[in-house]
Design a protein around this ligand. Structure first.
Ligand code: NAD
Length: 424
């Protein structure tokens, strides 16, 4: 690969550049004034903390952590905390702005935030992770709170980490405050239906898209990349609803069955063998090839930057439901549009998770917990309503769904800022 091509590829894959491009396109189409653009583009606050932790062997290590609050115009900042060796302020900033737009698209009363700590959770013991989490939380204590900033799990953090954040915050404010984080264990104020919420949301918006093609779930073939929380749940729920899941793609291989995979059996096979490969109910296929299979729905639910200027020309799906965050680059958007693929953009398709996080926050504040049916019914109302809003906006403004979703989100946040006015 030449140096020039590498430079282009690197730019294409940069999440902050992608976020900026989408923002600029939507702001341009909205004819938003320059001042408001500056406000919306710039995060409200970026905090860097240096976290000293005593390791199990007695040595002291200092980790770097970030919390970016992109916007609090429509409510408290909302967004996950990730632990990974390659966390950077630029990445956290891009993810925080995505959260602002995502919460606005589904019209829930939150702004956007994100946090991260540069560390390798695979080499840290549980005790080290707990001390790291507690010190990170303590260093951010005045910036967090149910009315200020409400974190959630993200890459390499889970309900246990959220329980430590909640406990540390509660010890500082001297009373139990479950609403300071979401994605908690059920016994500590978590919500029913949260684990399934993102996958369920993907299924709901896909069902809405099917109506436009006159397809029923039973006529619909689906390829899913990623068999983790989002992809695994989407696969399980969609299979139960009658969809034909013809292929699952994982990091170590892919499995195909044109008649439809038995998802429960595949989950069991992966549990027993540690891999989806060599599943008796399907055939092993090349994972790059599997992305290009002819299908009605492709659901990338693994990682960012999967659909790029290189892969997009080969896709053979009718509907692209973006379960992952940022699976498609702006360069690929243009190609998808030319190919006439109906895209359900990430800030809409995977917003089921943050929507049920919102329900968790509401339930914690009320001290009254809903049954799973009520959670799922309310999730469906929001996802269906938001899908219709985006599609309507897209038709009205003659733009693709992604631009429509960004325009709708920017418009809502800008409206809140205008109503509030700029203080001082
Ligand atoms: P996860 O870690 O549970 O699952 C990801 C799966 O993808 C894993 O099984 C992993 O092995 C697989 N994978 C990794 N690289 C791959 C590759 N190159 N090819 C194929 N498979 C690969 O993570 P998750 O929570 O399911 O999140 C997946 C995506 O969805 C991420 O982009 C995340 O930001 C986004 N997301 C998650 C939620 C949520 O509620 N969990 C909400 C919104 C968005």
């Amino acid at each position: 690969m030449s140096a020039a091509t590498e430079a282009i590829a690197e730019q294409e894959l940069n999440p902050w550049i992608a976020a900026e491009r989408r923002f600029n396109e939507a702001a341009e189409r909205l004819a938003m004034d320059d001042g408001l653009r500056k406000v919306l583009r710039t995060p409200s606050r970026e905090i860097t903390v240096y976290i000293p932790v005593v390791l199990d062997d007695g040595r002291i290590e200092v980790f770097t952590g970030y919390r970016v609050q992109h916007s609090i115009a429509r409510g408290p900042a909302k967004g996950g905390i990730r632990y990974a060796p390659d966390v950077s302020l630029e990445e956290v900033r891009a993810l925080a702005s995505w959260m602002t737009w995502k919460c606005a698209v589904v019209n829930i009363p939150f702004g956007g935030g994100k946090g991260g700590v540069i560390c390798d959770p695979n080499v840290l013991s549980q005790g080290e992770l707990e001390r790291l989490t507690r010190r990170y939380t303590a260093d951010l204590i005045e910036f967090l709170g149910p009315d200020k900033d409400v974190p959630a799990p993200d890459m390499n953090t889970n309900d246990q980490v959220m329980a430590w954040v909640m406990d540390t915050y509660s010890m500082h404010v001297r009373h139990t405050t479950t609403a300071v984080v979401t994605g908690k264990p059920l016994d500590l104020g978590g919500s029913r239906g949260r684990t399934e919420a993102t996958g369920r949301g993907c299924m709901i918006v896909t069902q809405q898209a099917l109506e436009r093609f006159g397809l029923k779930p039973t006529d619909t073939s689906v390829v899913i990349q990623g068999f983790g929380n989002v992809g695994g749940m989407a696969a399980r729920l969609m299979a139960r609803a009658g969809f034909r899941i013809i292929a699952i793609i994982e990091y170590d291989g892919a499995v195909l069955n044109n008649k439809g995979l038995d998802i429960e059996a595949l989950l069991l096979h992966r549990k027993e063998t540690g891999s989806i490969r060599d599943f008796p109910g399907g055939t092993n296929v090349d994972r790059d090839e599997a992305l290009y299979l002819e299908c009605d729905v492709l659901l990338p639910a693994a990682k960012e930057n999967v659909i790029t200027s290189r892969t997009a020309p080969h896709l053979r799906c009718r509907i692209l439901t973006e379960g992952a965050n940022g699976p498609t680059t702006p360069e690929a958007d243009r190609i998808l549009e030319e190919k006439g693929i109906f895209v359900i953009p990430d800030i809409l398709a995977n917003a089921g998770g943050v929507t049920v996080s919102y329900f968790e926050w509401v339930q914690d504040r009320q001290g009254f917990f809903w049954n799973e049916d009520l959670v799922n019914t309310r999730l469906e109302e929001i996802m269906v309503g938001s899908f219709r809003d985006v599609v309507k906006y897209s038709a009205q403004h003659k733009v693709n769904n992604r631009t429509a979703a960004y325009m709708l989100a920017l418009d809502r946040v800008a409206f809140a800022i205008k109503l509030r006015g700029l203080y001082a």
